[in-house]
Write a protein that binds this ligand. Structure first.
Ligand SMILES: Cc1cc2nc3c(=O)[nH]c(=O)nc-3n(C[C@H](O)[C@H](O)[C@H](O)COP(=O)(O)O)c2cc1C
Length: 141
């Protein structure tokens, strides 16, 4: 079960192109465009599962919801997912995000190095949490 403050239904969205920084940083993320009507939790860093109806895949994930303040991006809120256990190209795919825990507030870091160190620590914590969490059933298209 997710924490009480998190949605119990998944965020459903399509993977779209982001600013393209993630790969260059050695930290690839899939950028999601949420479907109208889908619940999007408030900006923060989260742990959860990404499920792929197209393949039946269930993947461990760490999720950033926010404006990427470290890079001074526009006020637009981005939903970005780093999958721990697949580097498949998900562009154009419709996926689901099941939130398990809120890890921390989004921060404006002074350097990209600090952001990367924090993101690696997020993934480590997320992995540990997911090891003890219920896995969603494999989805079907
Ligand atoms: C686990 C994780 C934690 C993140 N934490 C922050 C953060 O605290 N502050 C921030 O500005 N961006 C954060 N980000 C977002 C990155 O800035 C973003 O992934 C990067 O700029 C690549 O963006 P792009 O995929 O649109 O190119 C985080 C991303 C991930 C995957």
């Amino acid at each position: 079960m997710p924490e009480p403050s998190l949605p119990s239904t998944p965020l459903v969205g399509t993977v779209v192109h982001g600013a393209g920084r993630g790969k260059g940083l050695g930290f690839p993320t899939a950028n999601l465009s949420p479907e109208p009507g889908t619940a999007v939790p408030p900006p923060a860093i989260y742990s959860g599962w990404l499920t792929r109806p197209a393949t039946g895949g269930v993947h461990r994930a760490t999720v950033s919801i926010g404006t990427n303040p470290t890079f001074g991006d526009s006020p637009q809120v981005h939903v970005e997912v780093h999958c721990h256990d697949t580097s498949d190209d998900l562009y154009g795919e419709r996926v689901e995000l099941w939130f398990v825990a809120r890890l921390r507030d989004t921060e404006k870091f002074a350097t990209v190095g600090e952001l990367l160190a924090a993101a690696h620590e997020d993934v480590r914590r997320s992995d540990a949490l997911l090891a003890g969490a219920a896995r969603p059933a494999a989805p079907t298209a």
